[in-house]
Design a protein around this ligand. Structure first.
Ligand code: SF4
Length: 345
């Protein structure tokens, strides 16, 4: 019998599989707790399940866990980036960020990315495949198995490799387990999905179950400038309309992320347009000074420019923050470990 990866099953699918084995429903809840709350690495270790059930689970399923290949520490703070290997050899990057006692895990949703944003190292390295929901969750389980103190809360951001909304089914399944009380028990404030913005998929998610916060990678204030930086960017007005609909449906604000790149999107006119398009809307603005990586075509805006940009925004724009820490240097180079390893092989 071909074994299935148990972490790829949603809570409902697991309940159905357990019922099909003739077991009571509460066994599925026990298994979820073992997998995601206790980080069990084997069925044999699930000691409150009858031995016979543990053996049958072992015949039908495997618990998938990624293998650590390499890690690097940020030069600027306590953040650490990890290169993990999936069962088929695919390499993904994930980052553990620490600031003010809070831990945030930046996870990948795809192996590489097909969208080719000009400021992103991951886009530079091409696309291999989507990650399964179990592989998305596997990145978090990797940290639970040794890098996160037991019972400490943490945040998840989908800002690693890939465009999450291109992998909707697996994204929604993974968030379902993140939300579930018997899974990770994380609410919408602790999970952020960052996207370049695919309007129909944002609308679809606004009406769906998974609970998470939305961050829109805006990065420019006109369609032409957005397309220059992000060739796959959709119509700006429609993207913002979808973000407003999401905010209305969820009664929450959407974060507009804006990577400041010298000469590309940091002029006075850009700041005024950004202030105008966000004013009065259900948004928060997050400015991220660009971190340069070897071979990139862009430069970081200088400090005077960043200050001037913020000053122009402040009178009308909603809550503005400038993100300068939390592993920006290693996140900016997202994709770098994977590319380096591939060129060595
Ligand atoms: S910024 Fe995001 S969407 Fe763009 S290439 Fe990088 S991973 Fe893909």
């Amino acid at each position: 019998m071909d074994k299935r990866i148990i972490n790829d099953l949603s809570a409902n699918e697991l309940a159905e599989a357990i019922a099909a084995m003739g077991e009571k429903r509460h066994r599925a809840v026990q298994i979820l707790k073992w997998l995601y709350q206790k980080g069990a690495a084997s069925f044999a270790g699930m000691t409150n399940l009858p031995r016979g059930l543990r053996e049958r689970l072992d015949e039908r399923f495997i618990i998938s866990a990624p293998r650590l290949v390499e890690s690097i520490r940020s030069s600027a703070d306590a953040s650490q980036k990890f290169l993990l290997e999936a069962a088929d050899g695919a390499l993904v990057e994930t980052v553990l960020m620490e600031a003010d006692g809070h831990r945030t895990i930046c996870v990948s949703s795809q192996v590489g990315c097909p969208l080719g944003c000009s400021f992103c190292r991951t886009g530079d390295g091409g696309f291999e495949r989507d990650l399964s929901s179990g592989e998305i969750l596997g990145q978090i389980l990797f940290f639970k198995s040794g890098y996160l103190p037991p019972r400490r809360r943490f945040n998840i951001v989908f800002m690693g490799m890939g465009e999450p909304l291109l992998n909707m089914r697996n994204l929604a399944a993974a968030i379902g387990i993140l939300n579930a009380e018997e899974g990770f028990g994380l609410g919408e404030k602790r999970i952020t999905v960052s996207t370049i913005g695919i309007p129909d998929r944002i609308r679809e998610l606004a009406a769906a179950n998974p609970r998470f916060s939305l961050a829109l990678s805006l990065n420019a204030t006109t369609d032409a400038a957005r397309k220059r930086l992000m060739p796959a960017a959709r119509d700006l007005d429609d993207t913002l309309a979808a973000a407003r609909e999401f905010a209305r449906a969820r009664r929450a604000r959407v974060t507009l992320e804006y990577v400041l790149i010298a000469g590309e999107n940091d002029s006075d006119d850009d700041a005024r347009r950004l202030a105008a398009l966000s004013a009065g809307g259900p948004f928060k603005l997050n400015l991220i000074p660009f971190n340069e990586w070897e071979g990139c075509p862009h430069r970081r805006s200088d400090e005077d420019r960043i200050e001037r940009f913020v000053a122009l925004l402040l009178p009308t724009a909603p809550a503005v923050t400038v993100r300068r820490s939390q592993g920006n240097d290693i996140r900016a180079a997202c994709g770098q470990l994977r590319l380096r390893r591939r060129s060595r092989d």
